[in-house]
Design a binder for this molecule. Structure first.
Ligand SMILES: [Zn+2]
Length: 583
């Protein structure tokens, strides 16, 4: 029988066995109204989770932890250890099998995607993002998103993980903390007011992976518009710069205004839009490969079912129906009343601000959250993409560029440097990959061609044969307003907006020669500014921040720049940030 259209829905008899006990907020009761509403919009379970093998679990977890979970599984009354015991993650009979089945569901889903059986899959019972390699945490035993990502990494895929749960995705961040092939983005209520107390802006990953963990902590009280704007401000740019092969996303519904365990004021309307953005990014950058999971969500009648349906509908490329099924409401009304989560909403979308009054406290929270987002965007989204977006040379909604004029081509002979490249010359050239963002070279060339038409933009290039193998691009500096989108016609200051050399041509002094030629062409009295940090790393084979910083300093000094003081807030996010000026 042909599978119905839409994402592969992962659910089966074992899904409801992950049961931390009566009264626990993460209750299998959510599958009743949740799967029922999914069915009402056309989804039908197509993959029943079975327990992951030890070999699979050991790709993320340690053997001693698996042994401990197994001991609790047969003897739930044992003394607490490894995060299991009275409290957030209590033991229960059959705990290992039930937890391994959640993991198995996400792993089987990723294998269906890797095998091209499906483009999208949705595992509402998955998303146990707090589980750590050696211990349970925050209702989570085995970390199914991390296990699914690890499976894709085994095939060499580079993965973008997007965590929309109200709690920081700490387990997934931890597992891939040193892996530059996984970019984790988590938006959540600040760790100052909510479990697990992490997910601050300075957590950016380590070593070569610095810059590949991104956190957007929102102040308690932040509402849907600011939450959605935060995602819009960083996700498309990060995705374009990183160029993932696959997306894994976690759609915890607990950022909702009615959630009893947290303090954000997000709506199902905003959650649905975020899911559609993730879908668009999967198609734009990752060949459509997308595994979505559920996550937290403790208003299990009014919020969780609608949130799940909106995720599935986003992957089915369908608008939500005008209202929730009256038959669905009738079936679950009494239970919703019994658990104090009634009445069941008639629409998939919420009223603005979920019907709550918008007051001064929310406004203040949103102002602080928006400032955090601006800081993270400036520190971790490449400057060239930020300028390109502000000037309209690049848009998250762009269709993929025509592949002509990019990618492999002839790069014969030693590169020659052209200090001021004309727009017409660009048309005759192709662009080697990994010189500047977006990662896709065809997209990169399309942005460059648009940029070269701006009167204040100067592009210098190193050209071998008919291929650009190195680039420096600068814009009239918008200082002192600080707005990279400003045209600042009055200013003669110039900002270096991008500099890069293709991998095969690095370490031969080409960057230095390019920068010198570029700066000299502007004349001796032009003041220059250069900012570079982890955001400007080669996302495929990044160096450590220390090496990058040394290279950037050497480059800047050899072109007559001097080190300048960087904004302390930015250095707080990226300690390797280099700001230099000339003269
Ligand atoms: Zn899609």
């Amino acid at each position: 029988m042909a599978r119905p259209p839409g994402p592969l829905l992962v659910f089966g008899p074992r899904s409801t066995t992950y049961d931390l006990g009566p009264g626990h907020p993460l209750t299998p009761r959510r599958f009743g109204p949740g799967i029922d509403l999914l069915r009402s919009v056309g989804a039908e379970p197509g993959l029943a989770p079975e327990p992951a093998t030890d070999e699979q679990l050991l790709t993320v977890h340690v053997a001693a932890y698996l042994e401990a979970v197994r001991r609790f599984s047969v003897d739930p009354g044992r003394p607490p250890e490894r995060g299991i015991g009275p409290g957030d993650t209590p033991a229960f009979a059959g705990m290992h099998e039930a937890s391994a089945a959640v993991a198995g569901g996400s792993i089987a889903a990723i294998e269906a995607i890797l095998g091209s059986d499906v483009e999208h899959a949705f595992h509402p019972g998955g998303g146990l993002h707090h589980a750590m390699p050696g211990h349970a945490s925050g209702f989570c035993v085995y970390d199914d998103p991390a296990l699914a990502i690890a499976r894709a990494r085994r095939d060499g895929l580079r993965v973008l993980y997007v965590d929309l749960d109200v709690h920081h995705g700490d387990g997934v961040q931890r597992v891939f903390w040193r892996d530059p092939g996984v970019l984790t983005l988590s938006i959540h209520e600040s760790g100052r007011t909510l479990f697990p107390g992490t997910g601050f802006v300075h957590e950016i990953g380590e070593g070569a992976a610095a810059g590949s963990a991104v956190n957007l902590p929102m102040d308690a009280g932040t509402g849907e518009a600011t939450w959605l704007a935060a995602i819009d401000a960083v996700l498309p740019g990060l995705a374009a710069a990183f160029g993932p092969d696959l997306i894994v996303s976690q759609h915890g519904a607990d950022a909702h205004a009615w959630d009893p365990l947290a303090h954000l004021r997000v709506t199902t309307t905003a959650m649905g839009r975020a899911a559609r953005l993730v879908d668009a990014i999967a198609h734009r950058h990752a060949g459509g490969r997308w595994l979505a999971t559920g996550g937290g969500g403790y208003d299990v009648y009014r919020v969780v079912p609608r949130s799940w349906s909106l995720v599935w509908l986003a992957g089915a490329h369908r608008e939500p129906p005008p209202e929730t099924s009256p038959a669905w409401r009738a079936r679950w009304a009494a239970e919703a009343v019994a658990y104090g989560q009634a009445p069941l909403p008639e629409g998939f979308a919420d009223d603005p601000n979920a019907g709550l009054r918008y007051g001064d406290l929310q406004a203040a929270a949103e102002t602080r959250s928006a400032a955090v987002v601006a800081l993270v965007r400036e520190a971790l989204v490449p400057g060239w993409l930020r300028v390109a977006e502000a000037r309209g040379w690049w848009s998250p909604d762009d269709r993929p560029a025509d592949a002509d004029g990019a990618g492999p081509g002839s790069a014969a002979g030693d590169p020659t440097i052209v200090a001021r490249l004309g727009r017409a010359e660009l048309d005759r050239l192709s662009l080697a990959p990994r010189i500047l963002p977006p990662l896709d070279a065809a997209d990169g060339l399309a942005v460059l061609c648009r940029a070269a038409e701006a009167p204040d933009v100067v592009v210098s290039a190193a050209i071998a044969g008919r291929m650009i193998v190195g680039l420096a691009a600068s814009v009239a500096s918008a200082e002192p307003s600080g707005d990279p989108g400003g045209t600042a016609a009055a200013s003669s200051d110039r900002s270096l907006a991008a500099i890069g050399v293709a991998p095969d041509h690095r370490r031969r002094g080409l960057g230095t020669a390019l920068l010198r030629a570029h700066v000299d062409a502007a004349g001796p009295n032009t003041p220059w500014r250069l900012v570079t940090g982890v955001a400007d790393r080669d996302p495929v084979e990044p160096s450590s921040p220390e090496v990058r910083q040394e290279v950037a300093l050497g480059l800047a000094r050899s072109a007559g720049f001097r080190l300048a003081v960087a904004d302390p807030a930015l250095v707080g996010v990226d300690p390797s940030l280099v700001v230099a000026r000339r003269p």
